[in-house]
Each structure stands twice: as structure tokens, then as C-alpha cells.
Design a protein around this ligand. Sequence first.
Ligand code: TRP
Length: 340
Amino acid sequence: MNTFLNCQHDPDKRVASGMRPTGPLHIGHYFGALKNWVEMQHELESFFFVVDWHALTSNYEDTSGIGEYVESMVKDWLAVGIDPEVSAIYLQSHMPELAELNLLLGMVTPLGWLERCPTYKEQLQNIVGKDLTNYGFLGYPVLMAADIIIVRARWVPVGIDQEPHLELSREIARRFNNFYGNVFPEPQARLTPSPKCPGLDGRKMSKSYDNGIFLTDSIKSLTPKVRGMLTDKNRLRRTDPGNPDECNLYPYHELLTDAPTREKIREGCASAAMGCVECKQIMIDGLKRFLEPIQERRARIDAKPNCVRDVIMAGNEKARREIVLTMQAVRQAMKIGYYR
Ligand code: TRP
């Protein structure tokens, strides 16, 4: 039991997760994360935040897009069904206490932990044309730990790629608790069963590859996008049998198409009874069914001028109630709460 908090709260009932506002959301974001958030919010007390400071760690030179992406990301969240009445939706940069906790956690985080973090090493190597030898980039996982533990959440719904960060968050929380007493629950990833959602060209779906299907893509634009997709490359002629497991399009049927139809597709492909054009049409129809209601909600949100601002203000307030309590406990535990 936490000795420094005089509030009743069960960390096992709480989730926290964030997303960087670096571009429009595509269906990979939906199936890989948001779908899970939407489901979890009804079971658990949910804190979902836009990590705009994290967007700065690698995009500090050109910050011009961030504001716009914050706005469109929150709209997308609402459009897919994140409910601001049940979940706290807020903005990282509106929580100055996060900067304070980030600083304090920085005192107990050994440099070696950060330097050895696999995502850090990988990005330092792979991202060319950007100087990432800055303090903020190295400290990315410290700020992420702060995001999670400042609301004392146990569960963090993320994709498997974030596991190293979660492990660091746990270690940082544990080290803090060892030094100063038990303030923080140790966070755990609630791994999103990451469905395969490749980009249109078979590479990872990403804005920078221009190979995505975005939640805001017009219904009209879907047909040419899907028609242009590569399928099983061994299926050269209409009469050649194909293999759905070698096809870049088939994984979408796992997400968008019902099981009996999928069975028909698998059989039809393997026996050459069904051609790629027909199979693509089924995907186009599935995408339309999936995106239409989201886009209808999005249009209603777009029509309300201050919608995002209002949602964020309300979410900030909910989050701040928890954050203020945490920070009181932190200062008390560290014995630096004097004259407050
Ligand atoms: N690192 C996460 C990502 O790139 C974003 C993130 C920042 C986050 N803070 C977080 C995710 C806290 C979950 C919880 O996807």
C-alpha cells in the first residue's frame, strides 16, 4: 500500500497511454492501438494523452506541424470512439508537473540504462539527416515513465515495439520506490495483439512512405489505392492459383472481412476461382463499411468549432486532480516538500 497517498485508488484498474502527434492517423494506428483503447475505456479508468513534448525529441527543428496534428489526432480519437465522458483526454504539455517529475526521475535514472535502450541505439543509427545527439532524445524514456506513473497507472496499452520503454519505466519506478518509499505502482504493458497491417506497398505503414490508408481518406480515394496494391507476386495470370499467406492484401481481410467470406477468399485464391480484382473489391467494400461511420462522426466533430479545446480542457482537469496528488506524494517522499 502506498504510504504517501491519502486517497483510495486501485492501480490495477487504471490505464494510461499516449501517442505522438506527428501526422494523420492511419488504420494501422486504429487496429494496433486505438481499437484496444476504445474497448478498455469501459473496463478501466483511462488516461489518454497527446505526447506533444515527445514529438519534439526528434522534430525539434521544425515544430510547425505539431499544433495541427494535435488537433487532428484528438478528432480522430473521438471519431473512432474514445469517449471523453469516460476517458481523460489531455495534453502532455499542459501538465507542468510532468516536467517536474521528469527532472526528478532524471536524478535516479542511470545514464547506462538510457544509452543501452534498444530503441535509442536503433534510432540513433537509422534516422539519418537529423542530429539526435541531444539530451531530450536520450531522455525520451524518462519522460515516458513520468507520463505513465504520474497518474499511477498499472496498465499501458501499447504495441510490442514499446516494451523496452515499459521495462525502463518499471525500473525507474522501482528505483525511485527503493530510494524514497513506495509511491509508484510498477507499470506493465498491456500488449495490443498487433495484427498485421502492412502498408500498401508491403513495407511498414507510415506517413513518410506514403503507403497508408488514413482514417480521413475520402471514400472515393480508396478504390484506386486498393487497386494499386501488390498481391501474391507469384500469381502472374488470372488463372494461376495464389497463396493468401504470400499476399500483401490478405492481412486486411483478417481485419475487415467476416470469417465465412475469408474462407471463400482463401479457397478462391488457392484454386484460382477468384481473381485479385474481385478480392480487392471485397476489401474496398470492407474499408468503406469500416471508415464511413468514423468519417460521419469526424464530420460532426469538425462542425463544432471548439470541440477539441473543450475536450482537452475537461481532460486536463481530470488528469490534474490525480497528478497533483502524485506530486505531493513525490515531494513528501523525497523530503523536498518544504514551505508548501
Ligand atoms: N513512445 C510512445 C510511442 O512512440 C508514445 C508515448 C509517450 C507513450 N509516452 C507514453 C505511450 C506513455 C504510452 C504511455 O508510441
